[in-house]
Design a protein around this ligand. Structure first.
Ligand SMILES: NC(=O)c1ccc[n+]([C@@H]2O[C@H](COP(=O)([O-])OP(=O)(O)OC[C@H]3O[C@@H](n4cnc5c(N)ncnc54)[C@H](O)[C@@H]3O)[C@@H](O)[C@H]2O)c1
Length: 255
């Protein structure tokens, strides 16, 4: 409790899955948190319950694919809470596709949501962090940025670029007190994968169990510890890192 007391965070993709769990965990640790996603009604139901319980939570409807909306979300967060200490770039979509079938539009659509959203979040949040002389940016990456899975080239390209951006910005802005890190989850049981299960059947979940050293997929709340660590001053000497929260997916040979 209170590992994030006094901090203000903005979490994108906070209406479902990992983003929702991380944003809720940040509130439980004493942070004031802007919950950012597209559905205002869904967000309001989540944040109303947290506020009723004494938490500090703000619903911010925003499509991270639209620059002006991301700019407005950052401005709304700072207007409500007075500063911005932590940015979690988490929102993303999972759209597979074989490279020989894909169009420019397919690539632009995914890169806009999964990669340019990260650029936008940082572009608008960083000036506040630089003015404060401190900040922590956490980019939700994936092992797919490092390893091959058939038909996921676009998604992997976005995650790989996110990792490169993270290292680049960690180097550039470290001297000014802003830290940049990634979290790379393994396969987690979130709506993103529940959708895949609907499309691909139970075999997808069974295969994933075998691929993880821990013999199972991750729960949606199992990145919370890593996110709290990277958001808090406990990670004050950690920047440019890619923290694997992957149940050992990276250490087993691909089955
Ligand atoms: N689930 C996994 O196995 C897994 C593994 C590795 C990495 N990741 C990454 O973790 C992050 C979260 O994944 P998840 O499984 O929780 O996904 P999810 O689909 O369950 O939730 C994604 C969230 O992002 C929001 N979102 C999507 N498009 C948006 C947009 N244009 N504007 C604003 N919000 C938008 C959704 O509304 C939702 O709140 C993603 O970056 C994903 O790539 C997930």
């Amino acid at each position: 409790m209170n590992r994030l007391a006094g901090k203000v965070a903005l979490v994108t993709g906070a209406s479902d899955g990992l983003g929702l769990e991380v944003a809720r965990a940040f509130v439980a640790e004493g942070a004031a948190v802007a919950f950012v996603a597209r559905s205002a009604d869904k967000l309001r139901a989540i944040t109303d319950a947290l506020v009723a319980g004494g938490g500090r939570a703000l619903p911010v409807a925003c499509d991270v694919g639209v620059s002006a909306q991301v700019e407005a979300a950052v401005a709304a967060t700072v207007a409500a809470f007075g500063r911005l200490d932590v940015l979690v770039n988490n929102a993303a979509v999972a759209i597979p596709g074989d490279i020989t079938d894909q169009s420019d539009e397919d690539w632009n659509r995914l890169l806009n949501i999964n990669l340019l959203s990260v650029f936008r979040g940082i572009k608008f949040a960083l000036p506040h962090m630089l003015a404060q002389g401190s900040g922590s940016v956490i980019n939700m990456a994936s092992l797919q940025g490092d390893r091959a899975w058939d038909h996921w080239t676009t998604y992997a390209a976005a995650k790989g670029a996110m990792k490169a951006m993270t290292r680049q910005l960690a180097g550039q802005y470290g001297p000014r007190g802003v830290r940049f890190n990634c979290i790379s989850p393994g396969a987690m049981d979130t709506p993103m994968n529940q959708e895949r299960r609907k499309r691909e059947g139970d075999a997808f979940y069974e295969a994933n169990k075998r691929l993880h050293a821990l013999g199972r997929m991750g729960r949606a709340d199992e990145v919370n510890g890593a996110a709290i660590f990277l958001a808090s001053d406990e990670s004050s000497f950690v920047t440019g890192a890619d923290l694997l929260v992957d149940g050992g997916l990276s250490v087993l040979p691909r089955g």
